[in-house]
Design a protein around this ligand. Structure first.
Ligand SMILES: [Zn+2]
Length: 710
């Protein structure tokens, strides 16, 4: 269900986070003795994974600061090198610098996203602006840039391999885009803006997590739960106990709780309460309110874009993407919006009619939508999502992605039992080629818990590279699946199973990378390309041949019957209008906030309302993310980028259609070409990668067909 963010580290670091300068030693998680800091030592672990069992939360801050000092020395050595600037002594040496810092940051941000605590939260607040400032000091350093520029100006005459030339061009572009050519006063202002944005972004995320965790809907009467799944009833009963209740069920605003509740609860007022609780996160005019933060962030982003010579933040961001301009993004969205909203309006009529037929008085509301969708699915398609859950037990789905990777690329997965972990629930696997060659390591963390941020994501603990030695990748997949209870295993909805395939696609992108340079490896691709290798996996998951591999009943082992698949596909296509509209409304909202050419006088609520009125959004559907809980764009790296999923969807539908056309969805030749594209990581532009893969530009036809829009 959820559209998910991959943490694209390079882009996100500039946007990360914090609020106050550390002004007292008391709240500073500082450990004085450096000699015992495992983050700074050699890692004697299987495949060099981080020694999570030895790292203490207090270790990150001092290690990070130490690594920044070392990084600075490496940069100084480049700047003060007496020799004339060359590709090797400048570009490659710069590329190789900061390795220790990178290792610590990757570990820190992975753990603090997936298993945070008070010390990690505090560390994040302190370290994020320091890291932002550290990056700025390097990327805005004129002396360093002069050396880069000197090599860049000789690029036509020096003999470079394609990837080397691309690295040179990307490095040069990155520095210019960051503002290195600005005069000193403006540079100082830019640094101040970056620091402030980083602080606001952390604050936004903290507020959101608190607002999500603080909410509780308590239900004491079983009749109000309706036809709720056994597993959700069990986990919400446990939640109620955790909150000190003697009996009953407690529902929160976490995804595994909210959607199933809205689908099944027969109590209309409870549905409304949960729906509003969700929709008003960060918008409650309390100390956790995010509205002022949004105003300040959007206004700082315009100012920054203007400083750098761009009309708007969107123009600035998109100049570095496959789509290139806001106009291209609006054009793509325009091709789908009318069909989507019309389809949703048609569905609304059917849903509202069903509600009236049940004798329910009053207006059909957003909080009624999912409930009646399930009713129509049951009535029209004789389908109930709970019928499928037993076939999507999480271990079976995990085996499904592994088998798919085997079918396409011959990969094997072997548990590493002695790998250190950040949480006992994690599972760790070695990834191997068919011939047994080591490929990399994947960490998988499946279940929801309070210490984990919402959604699902992939990140890289170590990126593949091949400068002096071949460095193999270590990647992670993180989910918020319902944890198993005493009596039931974790049974996934179709959407959750789809999410597992999605994130695993990102993982493969990282794992199959075969480039020379770390900064061009794996998922370091333009943001509107990065969702392509993940989304394409979702196409395979519901193919009967793939379902037969893994979708087996957790009790009987029976493969999901063809009849249920057919019903499921019909039922799933029923609500396509809603899904596209909900997503695209959020994509429009993001583009509207970031196409501003000066800061807006309007308050957040009116701005959002106007943006939604302009596209004719109906009141029964709210954007997938409203402004005040839009973490992707206000505390993640997706500002002016939420459209990327749609852009990538054009690519993934087009690609899967090519597989279909061969008559074999595992076609070895096409799979080989596809793997070659993943192997190239970000060592070429998005369009060049695609051209190399299929020998042509992407076509939108297959996506329109898939959505039933033509
Ligand atoms: Zn993704």
């Amino acid at each position: 269900m959820n559209k998910i963010s991959v943490v694209v580290l390079l882009s996100i670091f500039l946007l990360l986070s914090c609020k106050n300068e550390p002004n007292s030693e008391n709240n500073t998680p500082m450990e004085v003795d450096m000699s015992n800091n495992p983050l700074l030592a050699e890692w004697d672990t299987p495949f060099g994974v981080p020694p999570f069992d030895k790292i203490k939360s207090e270790n990150y801050l001092p290690a990070c600061r130490e690594a920044m000092k070392i990084h600075n020395k490496e940069i100084d050595a480049i700047i003060y090198n007496k020799d004339e600037a060359t590709f090797e002594n400048t570009i490659e040496t710069l590329e190789a610098s900061g390795l220790l810092l990178n290792r610590i940051e990757n570990t820190f941000f992975a753990v603090s996203s997936a298993n945070t605590n008070d010390v990690l939260k505090e560390t994040r607040k302190i370290i994020s602006p320091e890291l932002a400032a550290h990056r700025d000091d390097i990327i805005l350093n004129t002396e360093l840039f002069n050396r880069i520029k000197s090599v860049y100006s000789q690029r036509e005459t020096i003999d470079l391999e394609a990837e080397e030339l691309f690295l040179l061009e990307e490095t040069y572009k990155k520095y210019v885009r960051a503002g290195v050519n600005l005069e000193e006063g403006k540079k100082d202002r830019l640094k101040a803006i970056n620091k402030r944005l980083s602080e606001l972004s952390t604050k936004f995320g903290d507020n959101l997590l608190d607002e999500t965790n603080d909410f509780e809907l308590y239900v004491s009467d079983k009749n109000d739960l309706g036809n709720m799944s056994v597993s959700l009833m069990a986990s919400s009963a446990e939640e109620a106990k955790k909150r000190g209740r003697k009996s009953g069920w407690s529902f929160t605003l976490q995804r595994p709780s909210i959607n199933p509740f809205l689908q099944t609860s027969t109590n209309r007022e409870y549905r409304e309460k949960l729906f509003q609780g969700y929709a008003l996160r960060g918008d409650n005019d309390n100390e956790k309110d995010n509205k002022a933060i949004i105003k300040e962030m959007t206004s700082l982003r315009v100012e920054k874009a203007n400083l750098l010579g761009y009309k708007s933040h969107a123009n600035y961001v998109l100049s570095n993407s496959m789509s290139e301009t806001p106009e291209a993004v609006y054009e793509l969205m325009g091709k789908l919006w009318t069909s989507a909203i019309n389809m949703a309006k048609k569905d609304r009529e059917a849903l509202a009619e069903m509600m009236r037929n049940e004798g329910v008085e009053g207006e059909f509301r957003g909080s009624d939508w999912r409930y009646y969708v399930e009713k129509i699915r049951a009535q029209r398609f004789n389908f109930n999502e709970d019928e499928t859950r037993p076939y999507f037990e999480f271990t079976a789905v995990r085996e499904g992605v592994f088998m798919l990777a085997d079918k396409l690329f011959g990969l094997k997965f072997k548990p590493i039992d002695d790998a250190p972990k950040w949480h006992e629930d994690q599972q760790v696997f070695e990834v191997l080629e068919a011939d047994g060659t080591h490929v990399g390591v994947i960490y998988m963390d499946f279940f929801t818990r309070e210490s984990k941020r919402g959604g699902a994501w992939m990140n890289e603990l170590r990126m593949q590279s091949n400068m002096d030695d071949f460095v193999t990748p270590i990647v992670t997949n993180n989910f918020n699946f319902p944890p198993p209870t005493k009596d039931t295993p974790s049974l996934l909805s179709f959407g959750e199973a789809q999410t597992l395939f999605h994130e695993f696609g990102h993982a493969l992108h990282g794992l199959l990378s075969r480039v020379k340079y770390r900064s061009l490896s794996g998922t370091n691709v333009p943001r509107d390309f990065v969702e392509f290798p993940s989304q394409v996996m979702e196409n395979w998951m519901s193919e009967p041949e793939v379902l037969a591999l893994y979708a087996k009943h957790y009790k009987t082992g029976e493969v999901i019957p063809a009849e249920i698949i057919r019903k499921m596909n019909d039922a799933n296509s029923f609500n396509e209008g809603f899904r596209t509209v909900e997503y695209m409304a959020a994509a429009y909202l993001d583009m509207n906030w970031h196409s501003l050419t000066k800061s807006t006088e309007k308050d957040v609520r009116s701005f959002e309302k106007e943006a939604m009125d302009k596209i004719g959004l109906i009141s029964e559907i709210i954007p997938r993310y409203r402004s005040t809980y839009y973490a992707h764009i206000f505390s993640g790296g997706y500002s002016a980028g939420y459209y990327s999923y749609l852009w990538s969807e054009v690519l993934d539908a087009d690609t899967f259609n090519e597989f279909k056309k061969t008559g074999d969805i595992f076609d070895p030749d096409l799979a080989k070409k596809y793997r070659a594209m993943l192997a190239a990581g970000g060592s070429k532009s998005g369009m060049d990668l695609y051209m190399d893969f299929l020998g042509r530009t992407p076509e939108i036809g297959p996506l329109l067909k898939k959505k039933g829009f033509n």
